[in-house]
Write a protein that binds this ligand. Structure first.
Ligand SMILES: [Zn+2]
Length: 56
């Protein structure tokens, strides 16, 4: 049973890390978007230009 607890804990940690990494840094232009940085592309967070804020 201990192995199961360890697996669940590691999964929770992984999800927490990946979700916090999703909000990657970068300046937003007037449209609320920007070009994905090379680091973010490597991490698979985004590709090319994308938006963070929806237009009103
Ligand atoms: Zn972005």
């Amino acid at each position: 049973m201990k192995k199961v607890v360890i697996v669940i804990l590691s999964l929770v940690v992984l999800v927490g890390v990946s979700s916090s990494a999703y909000a990657h840094p970068g300046r937003l232009d007037k449209n609320g978007g920007h070009n994905c940085s090379a680091k973010s592309k490597q991490k698979g967070l985004c590709t090319g230009y994308h938006y963070h804020k929806k237009k009103k």
